[in-house]
Design a protein around this ligand. Structure first.
Ligand code: HEM
Length: 398
């Protein structure tokens, strides 16, 4: 941990002194335990984190093909202790930063690299189904990073970082306090995407290629360019999709309460209902999230699966894994009660037996028994400590 603390860049630097490259380190519950963190300290961490992602499978909808028995080993086992993430703008710099990260553990007995996942950004920030991703993010008070939705108030730091006041007026603390302070929880998931299946589904349920694009947009809530249905409900507008000043500047309630533009069941309206009428309060379930592609792209127009593994590595970051990540995954993605559509689920990432409703005049369009387009291949709950906490962990034995 002492070595790790030397390769992690301080968040106090708004730009990385290492030429745009970054290394982060996070630990699982079993990792903290293996380091000898006393039980009373372990017990002060969030309950979901202590259980681990595999133990939470049923609540997360990781059943059937997505269930932990089918996960890629060692994900979901007690062998995963430490996760390193290295980020760089190109392959050359990535190799340099990976070498740097390796210095944290190479040559140490008892530590072995047991899994690695290479990821990359796709052109135009697209994810493997072909939609622009990474558009909508919450803005955090004092971070200096501007928000993407001008109508969304800034969030209290404690929503995302331990040791600070959150939206409910509480502070997530650990024992000792410095172990948690400036740290955060990270949930990462390897999500395999069935791109050919998704394309075939669009084709089978549409009458023309324009109709296919409209159905895809209704399922996502945005056209593939990123342009939101809320602002252009009838046709794509790639210029709008690429414009960060406009592509997230919308709400739902005043303009589209019934979802005629953006269906209440679409991926983006489910995962962030904004001001729409729902059972509950949307604001306390926001998250920082990143998806980075892995595997090769399925060439445009191909409708047969080529057997390649492709998808995204999804990362959630927040101080409340329960009311943020798990709540969204179980109540908003895999249930429809909060929007009054019974057992409808997220049409893009819901687990099997998904139904999806597109509000329309004179009659709604109802799609039943959608195939499963996304399969969980594994994941872990981790805690990403601040630098002082890393040094505390380093000095545990003494
Ligand atoms: C393979 C899996 C997934 C794909 C392909 C996917 C794709 C997308 C895309 C294209 C967007 C629109 C771009 C944007 O608004 O930034 C989006 C937004 C979002 N997704 Fe996903 N996503 C996936 C999994 C997940 C999961 C597992 C969660 C949460 C548990 C999630 C939560 C969100 C949230 C919160 C937003 C922003 C909604 C908004 O603020 O309007 N996504 N996703």
């Amino acid at each position: 941990m002492e070595r790790a603390s030397r390769v992690v860049t301080s968040a106090a630097n708004p730009t990385s002194p290492l030429a745009d490259t970054w290394v982060s380190v996070a630990l699982t519950y079993h990792g903290l335990r293996a380091l000898g963190v006393p039980q009373n300290c372990l017990d002060s961490f969030a309950w979901e984190f202590r259980q681990g992602m595999a133990a939470r499978a049923k609540d997360l909808g990781d059943t059937g093909e997505s269930s932990p028995e089918n996960w890629e080993r060692p994900l979901g086992t007690t062998d995963v202790h430490v996760v390193f993430v290295a980020v760089a703008p190109d392959k050359e710099k990535l190799d340099v930063v990976l070498d740097r990260a390796r210095q944290a553990y190479q040559g140490m007995s008892g530590i072995e690299a047991i899994w690695r996942q290479d990821c990359h950004a796709l052109p135009n920030e697209k994810e493997p189904f072909g939609f622009r991703d990474g558009i909508s993010h919450p803005a955090i008070e004092g971070s200096g990073v501007p928000g993407t939705n001008p109508s969304e108030r800034l969030f209290k730091v404690g929503e995302f970082v331990l040791g600070y006041t959150d939206e409910m007026g509480g502070v997530q603390r650990t024992e000792p306090e410095l172990l948690g302070r400036n740290g955060t929880y990270v949930a990462f998931r390897k999500l395999h995407q069935r791109v050919a299946e998704f394309r075939r589904f669009l084709k089978a349920n549409s009458t023309s290629s324009e109709d296919e694009e409209l159905l895809a947009a209704k399922m996502m809530g945005r056209w593939r360019s990123g342009a939101p249905l809320a602002l252009c409900p009838f046709h794509d507008d790639p210029e709008l999709g690429a414009d960060p000043r406009r592509n997230n500047d919308f709400l739902y309630e005043a303009d589209d309460p019934a979802g005629f533009k953006t269906p209440g069941g679409s991926h983006i309206r489910r995962t962030n209902p904004r001001d729409a009428s729902i059972a509950g309060l949307a604001r306390i379930h926001r998250m920082i999230r990143r998806g980075t592609a892995y595997g090769s792209l399925l060439p445009e127009g191909v409708l047969e699966d080529d057997g390649a593994d492709r998808g995204i590595m999804f990362a959630f970051v927040g101080a409340h894994p329960g009311r943020q990540f798990e709540f969204v995954q179980s109540q908003w993605i895999n249930d429809g009660v909060f929007i009054g559509t019974g057992n409808d689920k997220d049409p893009i990432i819901g687990s099997p037996e998904v139904n999806f409703t597109v509000p329309r005049r004179p009659v709604r369009k109802r799609l039943q028994g959608l195939p499963q387009f996304v399969v969980t291949r594994g994941g872990e709950y981790c805690f990403m400590p601040g630098l002082r906490a890393l040094r505390w962990l380093a000095n545990l034995e003494s």
